[in-house]
Design a protein. Sequence first.
Length: 407
Amino acid sequence: MIRVLFVDDDPIVLKGLAMRLGKSEKWEVHCAGNGPAALELLAEKPFDAVVSDMRMPGMDGMQLLSLVRERYPQIVRLILTGHPGADTSEQRMLPIAQRVLNKPCDPAVLEQAVERCCALNRRVNDPAVLQILANVTKLPALPKLYWEVVRELENPNADATSIGKVIEQDVGMTARVLQVANSAFFAPGRRLRHIREAVTFLGLLPLRSMALAMEMFNAMSDVVAPPGFSLAKLQAHSLRTGQIASGLLSDPEDRQTAFSAGVLHDIGQMIMAVYLPERWIEARVRVQVRKERMIDAEFAVFGCTHAEIGAHLLGNRWGLPNALVEAVAFHHAPGQVAAPKFGPAGAVHVANALAHEEEAAGQPPGDHDEQLLDHDYLREVGIEGEIAAWREKIGNLTATQSAAQAA
């Protein structure tokens, strides 16, 4: 049962939503005509989600959801706006609103959005996840560059030049952005020489994700990692997964989300290994001795997997978009996404497996031999037959890139 509170100053809208969604046995629908009335209801009974109109007299939707986030952080928050450009950008609404939908909104679209947000919320706020993170006493402070990049990305007047100037402060970040933008996966046959060109070409979400990933890896580079864990290998694998995932989709927004999620998909594994090394080693021993899959071993030892840990950090602490967080949370189980289709979560799932295959080529048998592809999911979404062609395409792109770097 999903307990949802709709907030809108238009009684006709509320009546329509209550009639449509209240018929379902899966939903318990409540309505409020303004922000203060909504807060009274929230104080009286538990809810899974709040869906608020943006423009309301007195307390508007963003003000209401800000209070909901502060008082009830476990509740999913969605906002409906009839003026998306005039109100504010979706980037600036995060993390106040976890989803932003335009009015008028098809009830079926709204229903699916609420269900997906609630499913993700349950996964990343599982008690086992919260217990693990309670034992991580202090994550490293992200350096100044990351926050400067984020502030500039959220500036409504920002452009490729202003964002490029921030990135150019860090030589390593500049080199990595240009490297990714010029890779065969992104720009076959093109050569981008200036950071502002790369910023325009890659998009804002990938830049923020790359900045976060690089700064997290840099912040942890001096920490003593447990035997068998390599930050450098994890970083290389994550970037490779992002590149492959982006190439498996055609929609530009999905491509950016898939790349970003691929770059960040294993950040939870880094947290487990660096902050809870004894338990991480115990999980690794289960893999080596009992031949368990790593995610099964993680679940047995930690009560959750690195996917949920990473998704919690990305969504709850760093305010990244729900679509990206969902792709990270479900990258080992894309079939569990509500209304499954082949989108960013599926692309990261496939890309992670193909990247591991590449890394394992020519190596002796070991941990990498586990079966990572969910063939039941691949058949359900109709892409199982594409895997061989994707392997060949990735191999060709890799050869092209290697030849270009050698030239």
